[in-house]
Design a protein around this ligand. Structure first.
Ligand code: NAD
Ligand code: DAU
Length: 351
C-alpha cells in the first residue's frame, strides 16, 4: 500500500541517501523531503532524483510547530523519518544553543505535531527517530560494545541534545502511545558528507595540501559504517521494526583515528598519482577536542538476528569508493566549502 512519508533533514548527508533509496525503491510512496537548508543541507545532493514524480521538497524549519502540523495534515503523512539535526560535535562545543533548539525543541515540535494530527488514530503510523551511538558516552579499550541496554551518558552538547531528543521520543510513546522507533547508529562515511567531518575534511585537505588536524594523539576509536548501509538499515527497520523498540546500527568496524587517517592518505595519494605516503607530512597534531570520547563500538546483533540486516560493504571497498567520489566531485566540495564554511574553518583551525 502507498505511504506518504516525511523525511526531515533529507538534504543533508545521511538524509539524502535515505531519500534517494525511498524514492527509487518505492515509486508508489509519496516522499516529502523537509529541510531548512542550513550550511549542511544541499539540494545538489539530490539532483539525480529531484524530478521523480513521487518526490517533493519542502523548505521548512522543524521548530515551526504550526507549519509542521499543517504539513503533516495536508499531505496525509503516515510515516516520519526524522533525521534533521545539527550534527557536528565541534560546532556544538562552540555554539550549543542551536543544538538544543533544533535537536531538542525541533524534535519536540515534530512529535507534538504528529501526535495532534494523528490524534490517537495510530494504525499504520510511525515516527522513526534517527539517533546516534554518542548518547551512550564512551568505552574503554576493553572489547566491550554499546548495546540497546547501555545507560545513556552523553558528554558533548551535541550528544546531550540527541540524548534529550531520544528521551522525548520514548516519552511520547510511553505517555501518549505514539508509535515510535529509535535507532542509534555509529559513524557514517560516504559521498555527500559535509567536509567538516573527519573523512571528507581530510580528503579535501589532502587535495589542497592543507594541514590535517589530528586531535590529541589520534588514538580515539570510531566504528565506521558506509552510509548506504545505514540507509538500508533504516528501510528495513521502518518496514519491519517493532514499535517502541530501539535498534543499534553499526559496522563492527573499529578504527583508531591515526590508522584510518593513514589509510585515507594512502588511498588519496594513490588516486592522485603521488608517491606512497607523500601526504603524511600534512599530519598536524593539534589540541584535543574538549570532552573527546575515547572509543565508540556498536553491537548491532539485535538488528542482525531479528531483522537480518548486515553491512554489505567491506571497509576497504567503502573507503576506496568514497575517496574516488570526492576526487571526482571536487566541484561539489568547492561549492559547499565556499563562503561561510571557509570563514568557519579559518576560525576553527587557524587561531
Ligand atoms: P547533516 O548535518 O549532514 O544533515 C542535517 C540536515 O538537517 C541538513 O540538511 C540540515 O539542513 C537539516 N536541518 C538542520 N536543522 C534543521 C531544522 N531546524 N529544520 C529542518 N532541517 C534542518 O547530518 P547527518 O550526518 O546526515 O545526520 C543526520 C542524522 O543522523 C542526525 O540526526 C544525526 O544526529 C544522525 N546520525 C549521524 C551520524 C553520522 O555519522 N553522520 C551517525 C549517527 C546518527
Ligand atoms: O558516532 C556517530 C557520530 O559520528 C554522529 O552522531 C555525528 O553526527 C558525527 O559527526 C560523528 O561524530 P564524531 O565526532 O565521531 O565525528 P567526526 O568526523 O567529527 O570525528 C571523528 C573522529 O576524528 C573523532 O575522534 C574526532 C577526530 N577528528 C575529527 C576532526 C573533524 C580529528 O582528529 N580531527 C578533525 O579535524
Amino acid at each position: 500500500m502507498g505511504k506518504n512519508i516525511l523525511i526531515t533533514g533529507g538534504a543533508g548527508f545521511i538524509g539524502s541517501h535515505v531519500v534517494r533509496l525511498f524514492v527509487n525503491k518505492y515509486p508508489d510512496y509519496k516522499i516529502y523531503n523537509l529541510d531548512k537548508l542550513t550550511y549542511a543541507g544541499n539540494l545538489t545532493n539530490l539532483t539525480d532524483i529531484e524530478n521523480c514524480p513521487n518526490y517533493n521538497f519542502i523548505k521548512a524549519d522543524i521548530c515551526d510547530f504550526d507549519l509542521m502540523k499543517k504539513i503533516i495534515e495536508e499531505n496525509n503523512i503516515n510515516g516520519i523519518l526524522h533525521l534533521a539535526a545539527e550534527s557536528h560535535v565541534d560546532r556544538s562545543i562552540k555554539d550549543p544553543f542551536v543544538f538544543a533548539q533544533t535537536n531538542v525543541m525541533g524534535t519536540l515540535s515534530l512529535l507534538q505535531a504528529a501526535k495532534e494530527v494523528w490524534d490517537g488514530n495510530f494504525e499504520d503510523k510511525l515516527f522513526y527517530h534517527i539517533s546516534t551511538d554518542e548518547v551512550y558516552g564512551t568505552l574503554e579499550f576493553d572489547g566491550t560494545f554499546f548495546t540497546e541496554d547501555t545507560k545513556y551518558d552523553p558528554h558533548s552538547p551535541y550528544s546531550a541534545s540527541k540524548a534529550s531528543s531520544d528521551h522525548f521520543v520514548r516519552a511520547y510513546h510511553d505517555t501518549y502511545g505514539l508509535p515510535v522507533i529509535v535507532t542509534n547508529c555509529s559513524n557514517n562515511y560516504g559521498p555527500y558528507q559535509f567536509p567538516e567531518k573527519l573523512i571528507p575534511l581530510f580528503i579535501n585537505n589532502i587535495i589542497h595540501k592543507r594541514p590535517l588536524p589530528v586531535y590529541g594523539k589520534g588514538e580515539n576509536v570510531r566504528d565506521w559504517l558506509y552510509v548506504v548501509d545505514h540507509a538500508r538499515a533504516i528501510d528495513i527497520i521502518f518496514h519491519k521494526g517493532r514499535q517502541g523498540d530501539t535498534y543499534n546500527i553499526g559496522g563492527f568496524n573499529e578504527w583508531k583515528n591515526i590508522d584510518l587517517i593513514k589509510v585515507i592518505i594512502k588511498t588519496v595519494d594513490a588516486y592522485l598519482g603521488n608517491p606512497e605516503g607523500a601526504s603524511e607530512s600534512l599530519i598536524t597534531y593539534v589540541t584535543d577536542r574538549a570532552g573527546h570520547d575515547l572509543r565508540y563500538a556498536i553491537d548491532s546483533s539485535k538488528l542482525k538476528n531479528e531483522l537480518g540486516w548486515e553491512p554489505s560493504l567491506q571497509f576497504e571497498e567503502g573507503i576506496a569508493k568514497t575517496v574516488k567520489w570526492y576526487l571526482e566531485n571536487q566541484e561539489w566540495l568547492d561549492n559547499v566549502t565556499s563562503g561561510d564554511y571557509e570563514k568557519y574553518y579559518e576560525k576553527m583551525y587557524r587561531n
